[in-house]
Ligand binder design. Structure first.
Ligand SMILES: [Ca+2]
Ligand SMILES: [Ca+2]
Ligand SMILES: [Ca+2]
Length: 245
């Protein structure tokens, strides 16, 4: 998409390139590394949940582990993300697995049961979840997610699961920073957002933000790339940089 717009913009010689969103390129990928959950995030967005569901439903991503009673030498790791861990717990008891983040930041643990989840750092101190809520997605076995800001990439965290019905629970760990989507403000509600005003998040976006961009006048719903150009005036209604088409 970026190349397409760049080519279109480059071809429109002699006209203003304001509609091409020159500020956009610099903004892409500007997210901080290893940042904690952004303020105002109350729910994860559909993209990261759909992504986690894909792993849960893909047999190639499924890994069976046997959680231990407490942290022991044989406690298995669930450190690789983009996996679905099917964890067998001790009968009628909680089970422990280890998790070492590949990068610092906010990590989501999606679960197939609404069970107790406790994360402890390497000193045994519980880490407070920064977000948690139910998950509901068609065709997806995941029902709950909890998010933790994890900072150490050199020591293991303990992830304590359960108890769980059937002594079996599925876990999908995902890093929020790997699952962000850019949303653009659509102030005039014409379904095209302002390319210059955006948020980049794995959370549900603020009200009025959408994924479609390229509105060259976000204060007038009759001007956007989806409308028909009106010839003979000085307005570029369809935002293509031309007054003649
Ligand atoms: Ca708009
Ligand atoms: Ca016009
Ligand atoms: Ca035009």
């Amino acid at each position: 998409m970026k190349m397409t717009m760049r080519n279109i913009c480059g071809a429109i010689l002699g006209l203003s390139l304001a509609a091409c969103g020159p500020a956009l390129e610099a903004e892409e990928g500007a997210g901080q590394q290893g940042q904690s959950l952004e303020a105002g995030c109350t729910q994860l967005g559909s993209s990261i949940t759909t992504h986690a569901c894909t792993h849960a439903n893909n047999s190639a991503d499924q890994v069976s582990v046997t959680a231990t009673s407490g942290l022991t030498a044989s406690t298995p790791s669930i450190s690789t993300n983009h996996k679905y861990y099917s964890a067998t717990l001790p009968s009628g008891a909680a089970g422990t697995v280890k998790f070492r983040p590949s990068a610092a930041g906010s990590w989501a643990f999606y679960l197939t049961q609404n069970i107790t989840l406790t994360v402890k750092d390497s000193s045994g101190t519980p880490v407070s979840p920064v977000l948690g809520h139910a998950v509901s997605a068609t065709g997806c076995s995941l029902v709950k997610v909890a998010v933790y800001d994890l900072t150490s990439t050199t020591t293991d965290y303990e992830v304590i699961l359960g108890t769980a019905s059937g002594n079996l629970v599925g876990v999908v760990p995902e890093r929020l920073e790997d699952n962000r989507v850019r949303f653009y403000q659509d102030a005039d509600s014409d379904a095209y957002g302002n390319s210059s005003v955006s948020v980049f998040t794995a959370c549900v976006p603020p009200a009025g933000y959408i994924t479609q961009r390229f509105d060259c006048n976000d204060a007038d719903a009759s001007i956007n790339p989806g409308v028909t150009e009106i010839l003979g005036n000085s307005v570029d209604e369809n935002c293509n940089g031309s007054l003649t088409n």
